[in-house]
Design a protein around this ligand. Structure first.
Ligand code: ATP
Ligand code: MG
Ligand code: MG
Ligand code: MG
Length: 439
């Protein structure tokens, strides 16, 4: 992409409405525009990041054997009357009436609808296990939308639903999700710690939230510092193996880590003092096992091996796709701007032309641009007629991991400058080597 032809409305001033750094940087970098409280347009740069996060989520879900589909944003109220949640859900649910006076709602989550799909089409235990998921906009009329996309009213969520014959199989599905989530967040450059949590309005007993530690997080968390030494890395896991998934679950829940709702001070006090941490975290995902809470009232049953019909065991598993954009920035920025992890960056590298209009500098930039694209990378070429300082400031603000700076003086010696956004370190290299270094 050439910046002169792109749409990147960066702001010079700090927007007053932003209370936390990620919100401020998303507005300044021209990633989002608020349309009304908690409802945002995703401008091109923000949209790119959102799509990259979404793609990682899709890849990791499908690696774990989960099947994508797409359910609508609007749902009939009658489904929610069956489960009893139409009245229970309260004011967070946006209720809508159509021209025929039928009650609809903008889905805050999809347990009822997926259960309806399941009961319409699945009859036998032989069709289990089954995990269906989608990535779709949700609406929750949050009482206090704030922090930009972190607590929006309309937000993008991946929600997956597991259907199993037995509790044991359903717990395997739960463990499988934990494993896939660890991989997912690490690919985004994030450490998200699974913590024992409270099940809230979805109901059920077994639930973990994934929290990114950050001072601006809305949840209070209590943990043993040893939990943050654990990383998943590039382990190869057989997602069908109950033992392998259980082992990962055991490892990642082997240390005390809880949100305030389930915090147990007596247990916490047994951790050696120097390892006790009280901190704040951003909830970026949650996994639930809730048994037959929906399948029973809604009649989602299968014929079991003995010929008798039984309600299926279910779980639901969410990832806050749009919230992750903010959470990643909270975890990765400095006073000049965002520092994107490679896995989610909107562009891989900025090419800064120090003397736009100078024939040989322009053609060197064009050649680098073409080579980067040929090697499968997305460069952003700053070909505007601007001062070098302004170009550097933009590249730093929008947080691209690499910058290649091209000017006539360096080119005279066949040199360009390659700079890492994260470390700030620069190297003088030939244009060819600079491309090879990041490709
Ligand atoms: P919170 O405690 O922050 O209100 P939640 O527990 O109500 O979140 P879930 O029902 O677990 O949310 O939804 C799954 C994920 O969707 C959450 O882990 C979070 O990352 C994301 N999410 C929930 N509410 C919002 C929101 N208002 N804006 C953006 N993302 C959200
Ligand atoms: Mg909530
Ligand atoms: Mg929560
Ligand atoms: Mg939650």
């Amino acid at each position: 992409m050439r910046l002169s032809r792109y749409f990147l409305p960066v702001l010079k001033e700090d927007p007053k409405e932003a209370q936390i750094v990620s919100h401020r940087l998303m507005l300044r970098a021209g990633m989002i525009k608020q349309q009304t409280a908690g409802i945002y347009s995703w401008l091109p740069l923000g949209y790119r990041v959102l799509r990259r996060i979404e793609r990682i989520v899709h890849e990791e879900q499908q690696r774990a054997g989960h099947i994508p589909l797409l359910m609508p944003t609007l749902q009939p109220a009658d489904l929610w009357r069956e489960s009893g949640r139409y009245d229970d859900y309260g004011e967070e649910m946006l209720r809508i009436t159509d021209r025929h006076k039928r009650d609809l709602l903008f889905g805050p989550t999809n347990e009822e609808m997926i259960t309806d799909i399941f009961r319409a089409h699945v009859n036998s235990y032989k069709d289990l296990p089954l995990t269906l998921y989608h990535i779709q906009w949700k609406f929750r009329d949050e009482i206090r939308p704030r922090f930009g996309v972190m607590r929006g009213r309309e937000f993008l969520m991946k929600d997956g639903y597991t259907f199993d014959l037995t509790r044991e199989d359903a717990l395997h599905a739960y463990n499988r999700h934990l494993v896939s989530y660890l991989r997912t967040y690490e690919r985004m450059g994030l450490q998200a710690v699974p913590m024992r949590a409270d099940s809230g309005p979805i109901g059920g007993d077994d639930t973990h939230e994934f929290l990114v530690l950050a001072e601006t997080g809305e949840s209070e968390v209590f943990y043993d510092s040893q939990i943050t030494d654990l990383t998943f890395g590039d382990r190869q896991i057989d997602y069908d193996s109950h033992e392998e998934c259980q082992a990962v679950m055991d490892e990642f829940t082997s240390r005390y880590a809880r949100t305030d709702e389930t915090h147990d001070p007596a247990l916490f006090d047994q951790i050696p003092q120097d390892r006790r941490r009280i901190a704040r975290g951003i909830e970026v995902g949650q996994i639930f096992y809730f048994g037959t809470k929906y399948s029973e009232p809604m009649g989602a049953t299968v014929v079991g091996p003995d010929g008798a019909r039984v309600p299926v065991h279910m779980g639901s598993h969410g990832i806050g796709v749009s919230r992750l954009v903010g959470a990643i920035i909270e975890a990765s920025h400095d006073d000049r701007g965002i520092i994107w992890p490679e896995g989610v960056t909107p562009f891989h590298v900025a090419i800064v032309n120090l003397k736009q209009g100078d024939g040989s500098t322009d053609s060197a930039c064009e050649a680098i641009y073409d080579q980067l694209r040929a090697s499968g990378l997305d460069p952003l070429y700053d070909d505007r007629d601007e001062r070098a300082g302004a170009k550097f400031a933009t590249a730093d603000l929008i947080g691209l991991p690499w910058r290649i700076t091209v000017g006539p003086r360096g080119l005279a010696n066949n040199r360009v400058e390659l700079t890492s956004r994260r470390t700030g370190e620069s190297e003088e290299l030939s244009p060819r080597d600079a491309v090879a270094r990041i490709a």
